[in-house]
Design a protein around this ligand. Structure first.
Ligand code: THU
Length: 134
């Protein structure tokens, strides 16, 4: 896996951000186990709540194209270090509990984390199959 190339794709995707309200641009690049990359940017709405984060755009693009197995996601934003929000962490967890999350500051500065570290004691699909209710 070429982490630097993935970081670059996230930085490229950030340029597509539609964020006229927050003016906070985010980009993501998701690497599938099959080696494909799906990118995403945040897309805001005048009614605010329909706003979707860059990470979830990338995941939705991948899943809607039949890809459900993910290796890594690179994320970059206008913050110093922009980490994925809680909602995005949960959506990542659905498909890849141990996803490699690369938080990108620049083409050469990035941090590597495992999703299990960013979302410990998480809730996922297995919890529902183990349900004991009637
Ligand atoms: N945002 C993302 O795209 N990803 C995150 O993980 C954090 C937040 C976006 C949503 C909104 O458009 C802007 O950043 C400010 O919250």
């Amino acid at each position: 896996m070429n982490i630097q190339a993935l970081a670059k794709q996230a930085l490229e995707a950030q340029k597509m951000s539609y964020s006229p309200y927050s003016k906070f641009r985010v980009g993501a690049a998701l690497l599938t186990k099959s080696g494909k990359v799906f990118t995403g940017c945040n897309i805001e709405s005048a009614s605010y709540t329909p706003t979707i984060c860059a990470e979830r755009v990338a995941i939705a693009k991948a899943v809607s194209e039949g890809e459900r197995e993910f290796e890594a996601i690179a994320v970059t934003g206008d913050g110093d270090w922009t980490y994925p929000c809680g909602v995005c962490r949960q959506v990542m967890r659905e498909f890849a509990p141990d996803l490699l999350v690369i938080v990108v500051k620049s083409e050469t500065e990035y941090r590597e984390h495992r999703l299990s570290e960013l979302l410990p004691y998480s809730f996922g699909p297995e919890d529902l199959t183990e349900a004991k209710g009637e």
